[in-house]
Design a protein around this ligand. Sequence first.
Ligand code: TRP
Length: 329
Amino acid sequence: MDTVLSGIRPTGHLHLGNYFGAVRSFVKMQNEYNCYFFIADWHSLTTHPTPKNIQNSTRTILAEYLACGLDPEKATIYIQSDVVETIELYLYLNMNTYLGELGRVTTFKEKARQQPDNVNAGLFTYPTLMAADILQHRAKWVPVGKDQEQNMEMARKCARRFNNIYKTDLFPEPQNYYFGAEALKVPGLDGSGKMGKSDGNCIYLCDEEKVVRKKVMRAVTDNGPQSPNSEKPEVIANLFKMMSIVSSADTLQYFEEKWNDCTLRYGDMKKQLAEDMVNVLNPIRERILEFSSDPARLDKIAAAGAMKARESASATLKEVRRTIGFRVY
Ligand code: TRP
């Protein structure tokens, strides 16, 4: 069974875009792969050195992951900072990674521009920590977005280089995993192509019913259809796209027809869209509340996940130490 690994930084909440773009697919993958899902709290120190309440932020994401259906019985769900083994591998990988290649990573250059007073070594070596996350479990597949492709290229380079330098085939080269058609791109409420973390643009899984309705009713639209069967401008196409994701085929068709004969009223359409969205979100939000009201249970789940993750990481590290020539204990 191939190993899959995915990491998420504990900033904020999961939104509908995360859900339909990835998390829903993780739920299926846990039946077909040896899955590791972890929360990258160390990585968040690269930009936020003094996090306000890092354990709470981490529990928030954990509760939301579990509410979506990630199952600690099927997958290894853990918190990065619980697995200290990762740091040892990070150290070895750093010894064979060069300033030039790390300096060319665009996310580093961007962050360096955004936080000129804090261009720290952790930020610089973000890709090698990410490589250690992946390689410690010898993961074959990593589902990531476009913005992580360069980091994935670095992870492959780390694997390849380690294997070459120490004449071993310990590390498989991790590949980007693309969900294909089942990953749905949820558009933003502000008319932008993609739902992202900003209040005017996104619906969080934990948003209350009335918040969801309010946000949908405020979604950007235009003056309405002007001539029969015309092409939809992007903002309107977005509304239809959202409807295709959360509503039934009949509902979608009803509003398509209204658009085509120029009788569509956006208010009606948004009301229906909000209704269908609320129906998708309600059971998820209820589970989020259930999990987040029980931090002790969350901590127990995290502890069990950490144990499984450490077992896998220490098996790899043992091989790494033996291969480089260190004592194995
Ligand atoms: N860099 C990823 C992001 O910002 C988070 C991450 C950290 C990650 N380590 C990882 C993703 C390992 C996949 C695998 O989205």
